[in-house]
Design a protein around this ligand. Structure first.
Ligand code: PEP
Ligand code: MN
Length: 342
């Protein structure tokens, strides 16, 4: 349920209503819009039955929330969320670029990748240390040793870092090394893990599962948020369809659909969608044109030698040229993207 306050409601009215709700054991989330304030109520709605909310000063109406997800939904929080991670804002006017190799392979490799992506305009360095590979015999990642390299490369180049976590123990290990956790497609409905990253309090880059509907995805985001962690950034990375020309099918339509139904920022991963370097520029352009808040792109200093996802990792040169291109699209759609050419 949300409580819509009247346009002229005073701060003291808002405080009064919030106080009554909190005293009844309910959680409160206040969204101050240009015209009105909306108070979201979190908890068992039966606790509301004895409170005459409609009669309180400044209250306009009570609106039940129909969606099964509420913290992730627009009804509850009508204004777009801007997630601030150490001063880097995701979901604001500026487009945010995250880039780096699929997996951290050595300190030289991650350092070279970091230097290149920073120069091109990235704000986050990505790199997998726990790799959920399709085959158990493929390279599984350097784990903690890799995370040390990631942290060092991030710090040396003033980049924030993001890495995938796959279990409770990996959350524990990664937590002191990175600024943001990634939940990968394969774990997108691992509800126990989602609650765990929710409890960790660290910002989460939450990828869509390859066979997850938008509704299921937002419900899954609710698991993270229901633990009190609202710093969630959604990431579309392609879904499984009958088409085999690309690794997955990038669902561009999910960008406006998510924007309509959720206040959470959404970025796009064209690398895992395309699976092939030659399509990444086109998909990146489309994502930004459709309203995405940024991109996450795999970049490797020598892509052909990569230990995972070799066919989809961009060279530093290709990435730098993509960033220049994105700068131009950003302007057309009223966003900003700063890269090395400026
Ligand atoms: C990755 O980002 O390296 C990854 C494994 O992505 P996804 O979960 O989207 O497949
Ligand atoms: Mn990958």
């Amino acid at each position: 349920m949300i409580i819509v306050m009247k346009p002229g409601a005073r701060d003291s009215d808002i405080r009064e209503v919030s106080g009554v709700l909190e005293n009844a054991g309910l959680g409160v989330h206040i969204s101050k819009g240009m015209e009105r304030t909306i108070i979201g109520v979190i908890g068992d709605k039966r606790l509301l039955s004895s409170i005459p909310l409609e009669l309180m000063q400044g209250v306009d109406k009570l609106v039940p929330i129909m969606e099964s997800y509420k913290l992730a939904g627009r009804t509850f929080m009508p204004e777009p969320s801007v997630i601030d991670i150490k001063g880097v804002k995701i979901g604001g006017k500026e487009l945010i670029m995250m880039a780096g190799p699929c997996a951290i392979e050595s300190s030289e490799q991650i350092m070279a990748a970091a230097r290149a992506v920073k120069k091109a305009g990235a704000k986050f360095l990505r790199g997998g240390a726990f790799k959920p590979r399709t085959s158990p015999y493929s390279f599984q990642g350097l784990e903690e040793e890799g995370l040390k390299m990631l942290k060092e490369a991030g710090e040396a180049n003033e980049l924030l870092t993001v890495t995938e976590v796959i279990s409770e123990w990996s959350i524990e290990i990664a937590s002191s090394y990175v600024d943001m956790f990634q939940i990968g497609a394969r774990n997108s409905q691992n509800f126990h893990l989602l609650r765990e990253v929710g409890r960790s309090g660290k910002p989460v880059l939450f990828k869509r599962g390859s066979a997850t509907t938008i509704d299921e995805w937002l419900n899954a985001a609710e698991y993270i948020m229901s633990e009190g962690n609202y710093n969630v950034v959604l990431c579309e990375r392609g879904i499984r369809t009958f088409e085999t020309a690309t690794r997955n099918t990038l669902d561009i339509s999910c960008v406006p659909v998510v924007k309509e139904n959720s206040h959470l920022p959404i970025i796009v991963d064209p690398s895992h969608a395309a699976g092939k370097t030659q399509y990444i520029l086109a998909l990146s352009r489309a994502a930004i044109a459709a309203g995405a808040d940024g991109l996450i792109i795999e970049v490797h200093p020598s892509p052909k030698a990569a230990l995972s996802d070799a066919t989809q990792q961009l060279s530093p040169e290709a990435f730098s040229s993509l960033c220049k291109d994105i700068g131009k699209i950003a302007e057309i759609v009223g966003r900003e993207f700063k890269n090395d050419s400026e």
